[in-house]
Ligand binder design. Sequence first.
Ligand SMILES: O=C[C@H](O)COP(=O)(O)O
Length: 222
Amino acid sequence: MTSPFILINFKTYREGTGHSADRIARAAQAVMEDTGVEIGIAPSFTELRRMAKHYTIPVFAQHIDGVDAGAHTGRIPAYMLTMAGASGTLINHSERRLTLAEIEAGLAAAESAKLQTVICTNNIRATAGAAALGPSYVAIEPPELIGSGISVATADPGIIEGSVRAAEEKNPSVKVLAGAGIHSGKCVRIALDLGCTGVLLASGVVKADDPEAVLRDLVSRC
Ligand SMILES: O=C[C@H](O)COP(=O)(O)O
């Protein structure tokens, strides 16, 4: 049986930058080592290489572009992510929405670089479409709950259940993460009980006074 996966997105929070990013990464590594629950981080591009060098936990990018090396100003190709030490990438986060063509190109680039892929979706139909593309994970996140402190696990368990079912129907090898407002071990337990492999979260850990305490609570019912 595979371990649950908890992926912490640092977004562009100041609390996820510089020394504060280290505080979270250090805590994530300690909790992962103590409990065996897989905990990954998705820091900003400017922190990614440093995070991947200093910590052994999985480090994901927050975005990828389906372009190769060359004349592409301001883009982030797969080879740069692997050179920086990333092991995976988010694709199509609600805060960085992409066209279908861009999602497909980013996914293909990530796969050819052997990066794990998390396509984010905002509803069950989008989950079905994303799962059909065959990423490693689909992360279902109702946009209205993102950053709200109100957990999708309790506010909208139906969207999680429906997404798990949709992914299973389209491609049973695609794992599902639940995200938006996740902040406690209870939220994680509900997501796992609904068939998810884990959770994608940000503010609950990144903005916490004591990120390690939150992380220990998150894994407490895995
Ligand atoms: O990538 C993370 C999600 O957008 C969830 O964010 P949140 O945990 O702050 O609601």
